[in-house]
Design a protein around this ligand. Structure first.
Ligand SMILES: NC(=O)c1ccc[n+]([C@@H]2O[C@H](COP(=O)([O-])OP(=O)(O)OC[C@H]3O[C@@H](n4cnc5c(N)ncnc54)[C@H](OP(=O)(O)O)[C@@H]3O)[C@@H](O)[C@H]2O)c1
Length: 361
């Protein structure tokens, strides 16, 4: 039996669902994969709970009652006490946590992340992580950076690494903006009400402006562009920002108080649609010309993007072999359950890879 220790950063929507999924499937993983997964560390932005025996179903009460103030090296103190394979799981949207990845790798943690910040910081930082992964013989998985649980990153990776020429990746990259514009196009209610519903339902980023500004989709485009071998920076992306200038630098509280100010602009865009058109928030990655674009567009209802429902993500991949008839991936593109399951799939992948390394040695 292979012992795997999980250290989870972030116990919000995705992190807490992941914890429940790990605890529920614990016996299955032992029987099916010979892997004993224990969650030995949990952290939010302020507190940390450590238990080398593994947390139990009462983890929420334990976190409330037994957690300690978080310090920068809280996880390293206990992780050095045992020789189990370590996986740091990042279920935050925090830049501070993303910037710790080089240090985590130096401390022999594999990394599984839903947080797309690390892969969309500077190209130098991106390259540094890859250098450390090789040096330390560790794994880094991030399928949930794009399309939540949908297999987008792996598909692009497999095509690129098998020598396929990629041409373009287009689609609705954001499950939250899919949810928002699918509803806004169909329902006669103000845009701001749908944004608040999406936030309450856990569809948007903790700050919905990360979605509405186009930054979240831009980060996803950059993750895929780099997966397809391009060397680009965030500033190279053409982004349409849907947040009016006066609300861009306001506090989150103030933004939510005044989100109604977005209604007239979006209502005008909706009223300017022609018969049979709907609004869709699109990401376009032109691999051949190294152009990345994020924008809100009118799309014919009968087109595949026009048919989306709920929080569907939708991706069309054009390449040498999929030139006339693109590879299409579609399905729930947001939501805590699918995202947590995607993280868990990556955790199992890393656990198995570390098992193989041991057998090989
Ligand atoms: N929700 C989805 O459908 C979805 C889909 C795909 C990907 N994702 C990604 O999943 C990640 C988490 O999303 P979420 O919806 O679960 O967010 P969330 O509910 O807001 O939870 C964020 C968690 O991160 C913690 N955190 C923030 N800064 C931290 C720090 N410096 N150190 C440790 N913990 C910190 C927060 O703690 P405090 O409470 O103390 O601030 C909170 O527990 C994001 O990167 C998001 O892009 C989400």
């Amino acid at each position: 039996m292979k012992n795997i220790h999980l250290y989870i950063f972030g116990i919000g929507n995705v992190g807490s669902t992941l914890i429940d999924q790990v605890l529920q499937s614990h016996t299955f993983f032992r029987q099916q994969h010979g892997i004993d997964l224990s969650i030995v560390g949990l952290a939010n932005s302020k507190r940390v709970l450590l238990d080398l025996e593994g947390i139990s179903k009462n983890w929420k009460d334990d976190f409330d009652n037994l957690s300690e103030a978080r310090e920068a090296d809280s996880f390293y103190k206990v992780s050095s006490l045992c020789d189990a394979t370590k996986i740091a799981v990042d279920a935050t949207a925090s830049k501070e946590v993303a910037q710790c990845y080089p240090e985590l790798l130096e401390n022999n943690f594999n990394i599984v992340t839903a947080n797309k910040i690390a892969n969309s910081l500077s190209q130098d930082f991106y390259d540094l992580i890859r250098v450390l992964l090789i040096k330390k013989n560790l794994c880094f998985e991030y399928e949930t950076n794009v399309g939540a649980g949908l297999p987008i990153v792996q598909s692009i990776h497999d095509l690129y690494s098998s020598g396929e020429q990629l041409f373009a990746v287009n689609g609705v990259f954001s499950g939250s903006l899919s949810y928002i514009f699918n509803r806004f196009s169909e329902e006669q209610i103000p845009f701001s009400e749908i944004v608040i519903d999406a936030l309450k339902g856990g569809y948007t980023e903790p700050d919905p402006r990360e979605d509405l500004s186009g930054n979240d989709v831009a980060r996803k485009l950059l993750v895929l562009a780099r997966e397809a071998g391009l060397k680009l920076e965030f500033d190279d992306i053409e982004i349409q920002n849907l947040v009016i200038p006066s609300l861009r630098t306001a506090s989150l509280y103030q933004f939510l108080e005044e989100v109604k100010q977005l209604d007239p602009v979006l209502q005008e865009k909706k009223e300017s649609l022609k018969e049979g058109e709907v609004l869709r928030h699109l990401g376009e990655l032109d691999v051949l010309h190294k152009k990345l674009k994020v924008s809100l567009k009118a799309v014919k209802k009968e087109r595949p993007a026009g048919q989306l429902k709920g929080s569907d993500g939708f991706f069309e991949i054009y390449s040498e072999s999929y030139a006339a008839n693109p590879l299409v991936i579609k399905g729930a593109g947001a939501g805590k359950a699918v995202t947590a399951r995607g993280l868990l799939a990556d955790i199992i992948k890393v656990s198995k890879a570390s098992q193989e390394v041991l057998v090989f040695r």
